[in-house]
Design a protein around this ligand. Structure first.
Ligand SMILES: Nc1nc2c(ncn2[C@@H]2O[C@H](COP(=O)(O)OP(=O)(O)O)[C@@H](O)[C@H]2O)c(=O)[nH]1
Ligand SMILES: [Mg+2]
Length: 451
């Protein structure tokens, strides 16, 4: 934690005793002390909210996991949720989670937004819900898969919403947003809570999750906020993201963009950028992150298009970063592994290598890692001599390469992921710009003449 100036160490006690004196003096008793009290609160425990915004699947959740070097948020292709995730600081022995559910009324409203005929649905009739869910599944089939069309996506979202309601029935209140601690769920750590929340049906009925977790990036009051995609299937969820971005209390906006993977901006990304650029207050606090940068290492055309985009449309900002959340996150995880657990295949990736019995499956990261080693052009041949053998499985190649090259290779991978550079930039901005600004504003507020 940053050290306070010595004269500020007992700020609370000093201010309180001044306020006490003020109240004793009859002629001053009528002065309103609430502004002083609220400034005091901000001065003693300031919070700096960093909002992550972007299109669905840009890699927001993976990027946050990479920054925090742990698997907190669910990251997967084709997973769109309306849950807002707050991640704030905790001491190592007091990590915890708070889950807040949608109310039944909000669930009904969302069902209505996804399918107009459902505006007055009674959610407490199991046969009706069953029929609706069957209808959703039929639509997904007709469309040829859940991500094949807008209609299929909405059917998928509605199906999750209904299932989530049924499965969490006793936790959902009619009008209130019920909150639960992890003890009430019998979760013994953040990971268990995260894996509950990652189920599509649970996340569909969760309004908000607060994780209190231990990481230096979060100390000093920094809070990371993962928002629903700006192209979320439920319009209201997308609007919530815009409200957060515009909120004057937001300290930084991290705009996670997809063109490194898609080649160009989507309509909703362009809209997001236009909104931010037209608002002076926001413009000054935006970080642009082109995530999934690894995909441009293997595709000259993608790389060229991204470079053109950055030099034509991002000339007026110095806050442009290129990251691979995927490589950064797994890099941080395999740093803690060794040959004995086959560099994570036996535990970090245990779930994704289970496979069908005869041959292990290959985790997404192992493919990405092997490609990085031989075709990314990132590794200097004088430092690393790496080959991928055709006669070995991808997993065997992966273990052999790491055994041969060890830590220097992992460190190079993490460096190339751009995550550390981005984390350092955010930290610098918060400590060197935002924190002093907050205190300057507080001082201004207090010295401004009031009437
Ligand atoms: N190649 C690559 N894939 C990524 C990267 N970051 C995320 N992904 C993948 O993109 C998909 C969506 O990521 P997610 O974090 O869920 O995106 P979100 O919807 O913005 O939260 C997942 O399958 C990730 O594994 C990256 O840097 N490189
Ligand atoms: Mg996400």
């Amino acid at each position: 934690m940053t050290q306070m100036l010595p004269q500020c160490q007992n700020l609370q006690a000093q201010v309180n005793s001044l306020l006490g004196l003020l109240h004793q003096e009859p002629s001053l008793r009528s002065l309103d002390s609430t502004p002083v009290e609220s400034s005091l609160r901000k001065a003693i425990s300031p919070t700096f909210e960093i909002v992550f915004a972007g299109a669905f699947s840009a890699g927001k959740s993976m990027l946050i996991n990479a920054l925090l070097e742990r698997e907190l948020l669910y990251s997967a292709e084709g997973h769109a949720t309306g849950t807002e995730c707050y991640i704030a600081y905790a001491e190592p022995d007091s990590e915890r989670v708070v889950l807040t559910f949608l109310s039944e009324a909000e669930i009904r409203e969302q069902a209505g937004a996804l399918c107009q005929q459902l505006e007055s649905i009674n959610l407490n009739q199991p046969e009706v819900i069953n029929q609706l869910r069957q209808g959703c599944q039929a639509i997904i089939q007709q469309e040829g898969g859940e991500s094949k069309s807008e209609r299929a996506k909405q059917a998928r979202a509605l199906d999750f919403l209904l299932l989530g309601f049924v499965e969490n029935r006793e936790r959902i209140h009619t009008l209130n947003n019920a909150t639960y601690s992890m003890e009430q769920f019998n979760f013994s750590n953040l990971k268990e809570a995260a894996s509950y929340a990652r189920r599509g049906s649970n996340s569909a009925v969760l309004k908000r999750i607060e994780y209190y977790c231990h990481h230096p990036l979060l100390s000093d009051g920094n809070v990371l906020i993962d928002t629903p995609g700006i192209d979320a299937p439920v319009q209201k969820d997308a609007e919530m993201t815009y409200r957060k971005i515009e909120n004057a209390d937001t300290s930084a906006v991290v705009c996670v963009l997809k063109p490194a993977s898609a080649g160009e901006m989507t309509k909703s990304e362009t809209e997001l950028l236009e909104k931010m650029r037209s608002n002076l207050g926001i413009r000054d606090r935006v970080f642009y992150v082109f995530n999934r940068i690894d995909e441009t290492w293997y595709n000259t055309q993608l790389r060229q298009r991204l470079d053109d985009l950055i030099s034509s449309q991002f000339r007026d900002t110095t806050r442009v970063y290129k990251t691979s959340g995927l490589l950064g996150f797994y890099g941080s995880q395999i740093k803690k592994t060794c040959v004995g657990d086959r560099f994570g295949l036996d535990f970090v990736f245990a779930e994704s290598v289970k496979g069908t019995g005869i041959q292990e499956e290959t985790p997404q990261f192992v493919y990405a890692f092997n490609n990085y080693c031989v075709t990314s052009g990132k590794l200097s041949p004088s430092k690393f001599r790496i080959s991928v053998n055709g006669f070995q499985t991808p997993n065997d190649n992966y273990v052999r390469i790491l055994e041969e090259e060890g830590t220097p290779l992992i460190e190079q991978l993490i460096e190339d992921s751009g995550i550390e550079e981005f984390r350092a930039a955010i930290t610098r901005y918060l400590t060197k710009e935002k924190r002093p600004q907050l205190f300057a504003n507080l001082a201004d507020d207090q010295s401004a003449p009031r009437n």
